[in-house]
Structures are given as C-alpha cells and as structure tokens.
Design a protein around this ligand. Structure first.
Ligand code: ZN
Length: 342
C-alpha cells in the first residue's frame, strides 16, 4: 500500500479485524448513499474518511437554514446559495479525502432511474426520509441480490437494520410484521429530530458497512437496533423473515416496476414534489422570463428558486420542482403550469 495511505488509515488498520487486508478491500469497494440529509451526510463523511474507494451520493433537495442544526456537512454559505445537497457534499468530501472517487448526483430516485443509479455498487445505504423510496431501494436490492442498510431517525429515536437478500429478512418483511411501529408515521418535519440521534444511527449504519466491505460478514449482528438518546433506551430485536413477503418471497417488485410510484409526492411539512415529466429545462432562459413577475429569485448551476406568495418554488434542471406552502397536488400542478409551463 502507498506510504501516505498507510499513514492516513493507520489507526483503522491497527484495529485487528480490519488490518491491511481489510483496508485494501475498503479501498476497492463502492457504496451508493441514497439521500444526503442528516443521516446520509454523516454516513458519507464516515465512509469517505474510512477510505471506501468509490462513494456516490444521490439527493434531490437543496440546503436550507433549518438543515444546519444536524446536517454536519453543510454550512451557512451552502444554505445562502441554496446549493443542492449532493453538490455541496461532493465538494466538502473531496476536500476531506482526495484519494478516492466521490460523486454527488442531484437526482430523485424513481422506478425509472433506480437500475441506472444504483447498479454496480457493493452496498446501498439509506439516507432517505420516506418509506416510498426505502421500499424502492428494497425492491432493487432484493431483485438484484445486493445488500443495503436501512436507517432512520425522528425526534430522539432512531433505528437501523442490515438487509442481505438471500440470507436475512428484508424491509418489506419488517414493515409487515409491525405496520404501525417504529414511529413510521411521524416525520422530522412534524416532531423534529435531535442531532445526536442522527449521528448515532449513521455510526451504527457505517459500522455495519465497514464489516461487510472489509470482508467480515460474520461480524454483522443481524438485528434491528433501535435507540433513544433522550431516555437512554436501547433495543436489539431479531426480525423474522415473512414466508409470504411480497418482495423477498413472492418477488413482486411493485415499487421497482413503478406500480406504486406516484407522480406527485408530499415531501416534508407543507411541501409537494412534482416529477411528472422528465425534461431538460433552460434555467437561464426561465430566470430571464420569471424575473419581472416573481420575488426572491435565486439560481445556481443546478436549480432556480423563487417566491410567489405564499408559495416558494424550486425548479431543477431536469424539470422536477418542489413547492413549499401547499400540500394540495392540484395547487402544485397549477403553479407549475403557470410559472414553468406544461
Ligand atoms: Zn421480505
């Protein structure tokens, strides 16, 4: 191994289970992280520092001031510029470790692009904030027999489960066995979230990733770990495989085939995302056209954002838009048609 790399990873290689062989395996491995919010950003930082050779970060959103309390990769300048999280994360992480490949993609994972965006990676990590996307990842992972790690946090509570298709239960098995459990209905936008639980869950997730990628699957704990940093309660539960599971038993991949994918989705409190049409927008021309009629117009290479009171609209170069200030798909569609065009 190269001398400077020896130095960089020396403390990790001193850990007996990893050693020089494990470090070589990490450097030869690849991970795709779906979602770069609090958990995704913390996990990305840990993986990049550990020397995972290729890291891809997918995220559909941009940095806002309310992210800074817990999303440790981002700063005030990113929020002021409304930079996409994937782009801001790539820039920050390249400054942390220039010897590996880091790629931030501004994209919304869907049934149409899942195979293209997730294929070719040794492991998929969950950094998302919703079950639609998680079940899509689960469908892709089970159908292509790739491991992935589920991770979630809300309020002071978090949980994680490592899924290895073929040898463990999958996320659909877990959700079927406890449909109303695990704070699934609550979101960070309604009950908030503490920074410490996010860091804790990301750490548990990445520790499992390091075992898998360094060649130690025998060290995986195969349990659903949950923790509450406020009450101090930690739990470790064995999840049962569902012999009638839609995904891993019947192999009905309804999320991957697009049967479960809506064109308009709620994202967060009082926000709607429109991704009905995939098309290429000329953001410079759009900015020119909108300038006389909208307020607070901001743009960068990836997106255009503006206010039409009481709404805030953000349009991405691929035609996708996020509307804040409404939960009503009809209002969102009408605003999109009026300001962006049908
Ligand atoms: Zn299953």
């Amino acid at each position: 191994m190269h001398d400077s790399l020896d130095e960089r990873y020396s403390r990790q290689m001193l850990f007996a289970a990893i050693g020089e062989d494990g470090q070589r395996r990490l450097l030869a491995s690849s991970v795709v992280i779906v979602g770069c919010g609090a958990i995704g950003a913390a996990a990305a930082g840990l993986l990049v520092r550990a020397g995972v050779g290729r890291v891809r970060i997918l995220d559909r959103d941009f940095v806002e001031p309310s992210n800074l309390q817990r999303q440790t990769l981002f700063d005030e300048a990113d929020a002021l510029a409304a930079l996409p999280k994937a782009a801001a994360a790539e820039r920050k992480l390249r400054a942390v470790n220039s010897s590996i490949s880091i790629e931030g993609l501004v994209a919304d994972l869907s049934s149409q692009n899942a195979a293209e965006l997730l294929s070719g990676f040794d492991l998929i990590l969950d950094g998302t904030d919703n079950f639609e996307t998680r079940l899509l990842i689960n469908d892709f992972a089970v159908s292509s027999r790739r491991p992935w790690i589920y991770a979630a946090a809300v309020a002071s509570y978090g949980l994680t489960l490592t899924i290895r298709p073929g040898s463990t239960p999958c996320l659909a098995c877990l959700l079927d066995s406890c449909p109303n459990g695990h704070g699934i209905d609550a979101t960070c936008d309604t009950v908030g979230v503490l920074g410490p639980v996010v860091s804790l869950v990301a750490s548990l997730e990445v520790a499992e990733a390091l075992k898998l990628l360094s060649g130690h699957p025998e060290a995986l704990h195969h349990r659903l770990l949950s923790c509450d940093v406020w009450t101090g309660r930690f739990q470790s539960v064995r999840v049962a495989q569902n012999p009638a599971c839609r995904a891993c038993a019947r192999r009905e991949f309804t999320y991957l085939s697009g049967q479960s994918q809506p064109h308009i989705t709620l994202c967060g409190r009082d926000s709607v995302q429109i991704h009905e049409r995939s098309r290429s927008l000329d953001l410079a021309a759009l900015r020119h056209r909108l300038a006389p009629t909208v307020s607070d117009l901001r743009h960068n290479d990836f997106l255009l954002s503006f206010r039409v009171d009481p709404y805030q609209m953000t349009v991405f170069a691929d035609g996708r838009a996020i509307l804040k200030g409404t939960k009503d798909p009809a209002v969102a569609r009408s605003l999109y048609a009026r300001y962006i065009g049908a």
